[in-house]
Design a binder for this molecule. Structure first.
Ligand code: HEM
Length: 92
């Protein structure tokens, strides 16, 4: 039933949307450090209070952010089993 599906997955992405996100991410990947820098600059501009939650040297944090985003973007549309491994070949 549509309602039940919406409750489990409120914002399902179409294959086209997934492709758009993945191709856009691939374009910014070569300038990942700059992108992360822009992200945190904007974050600290609109929410200065959160700056104290982060380390003074943001180099490692920038790397973690982009690695995490890359992993998320790369796994869009990939169904996973309960333990997180891709559900490939199980007919799901
Ligand atoms: C797309 C958005 C975001 C992604 C992908 C992301 C991802 C991450 C990752 C991968 C870490 C490192 C975790 C670790 O060291 O094991 C982290 C840490 C953290 N994140 Fe985020 N984050 C995002 C947005 C935000 C925002 C908006 C805030 C604050 C309002 C925030 C606050 C923090 C804090 C305080 C830490 C811990 C920093 C430390 O090591 O001291 N994050 N985040």
């Amino acid at each position: 039933m549509r309602l039940q599906r919406a409750a489990r997955n409120p914002l399902p992405m179409t294959p086209q949307e997934i492709t758009l996100v993945q191709t856009s991410f691939a374009k910014v990947a070569p300038i990942a450090t700059r992108v992360a820098d822009l992200f945190y600059s904007r974050l600290f501009e609109i929410a200065p209070d959160v700056r104290r939650l982060f380390p003074e040297d943001m180099a490692g944090q920038r790397k973690k952010l982009m690695l995490m985003l890359g992993a998320d973007v790369g796994s869009l549309g990939v169904r996973t089993c309960a333990d997180g491994h891709p559900a490939v070949g199980f007919g799901v």
